[in-house]
Design a protein. Structure first.
Length: 284
């Protein structure tokens, strides 16, 4: 190995180490801010409950949403500033949402991937970066409507809460499923936002209209894709082209095997002579 190559490798190794150290430091700072935010909310909630007891009132008379509202009022500007600072440090996702201040609301996140080979970390990090206090995550196909984590997420929503997803297709794949889910969110008095789709905001009439229209267009495009795929298969099938694996037995071998079956020869012996499974012979 010449000196130039050795120098280049050492330089690249140093750059990777520096980038890794910076990434670890940024991640540690991000976690510190999130932990501080959660701790302040916990302290404010404890102080709120203590103040209610001091007045002689029963905590059971207050809903969780009312308790959170009073707790947020106690920390007020600090909570808003910290939530915005934490969110704005997250990057591109938050820039598209203008670092929205969700003061006095519970931010609930939902993350989903379709297969075990995919990871939820990127979605969870993006949701936590904009202040999601609780993230429901699962590995399920979007075609399924009875997803367990989504059901728990919907049950946890209360009036004034905000449900966040990184992209609209994480919540639903079809227009009907999407509209049903958004209606359930609305019935609870909560709202919905998509980080990757700024127009997907159910707090405004325009956002509701855009979700309905674009959701319909997405389903229409899916039907077009399925239609083109079906046509692409029908044309070669009309020409006699068969799909699937090539048959293990030729036409002559199949006829011969059928004759041996009719003569009462065991399937295992017939299959062994053609080097196939006895199930292949049984299906003839």
């Amino acid at each position: 190995m010449d000196e130039a190559t050795q120098s280049y490798r050492e330089r690249m190794k140093a750059q990777r180490a520096e980038a890794r150290a910076k990434r670890d430091a940024d991640k540690a700072e991000w976690h510190r801010r999130i932990e501080l935010h959660v701790e302040v909310r916990r302290i404010a909630m404890a102080a709120t409950k203590a103040a209610i007891r001091d007045k002689g009132d029963k905590l059971s008379l207050y809903s969780p949403a009312q308790l959170r509202t009073q707790a947020d009022a106690m920390i007020g500007p600090w909570l808003v500033a910290q939530a915005k600072a934490t969110a704005c440090d997250a990057g591109a996702f938050v820039e598209r949402n203008s670092c929205t201040e969700w003061s006095g609301k519970m931010i609930v996140g939902y993350a989903r991937v379709s297969t075990d080979g995919q990871t939820l970390e990127a979605q969870q990090a993006a949701l936590a970066a904009v202040g999601a206090e609780r993230v429901f995550a699962e590995k399920q196909s979007g075609i399924k409507t009875d997803r367990a984590a989504l059901a728990r997420c919907m049950r946890s929503l209360e009036a004034g809460d905000v449900l966040l997803v990184t992209k609209l297709d994480r919540l639903a794949r079809s227009t009907r499923d999407l509209l049903n889910t958004l209606e359930a969110i609305s019935d609870k008095g909560a709202s919905f936002k998509s980080l990757g789709d700024p127009w997907a905001d159910t707090t405004t009439p325009h956002g509701k209209l855009m979700i309905t229209i674009l959701g319909g267009l997405a389903e229409f495009e899916r039907h077009l894709i399925l239609s083109r795929t079906k046509e692409g298969r029908q044309r070669p099938m009309a020409k006699g082209i068969k799909f699937g694996r090539k048959p293990k037995l030729t036409r002559h071998q199949r006829e011969e095997a059928k004759a041996r079956k009719r003569n009462g020869e065991p399937l295992v012996d017939i299959a062994r002579s053609y080097n196939v499974s006895h199930m292949t012979i049984s299906r003839l």
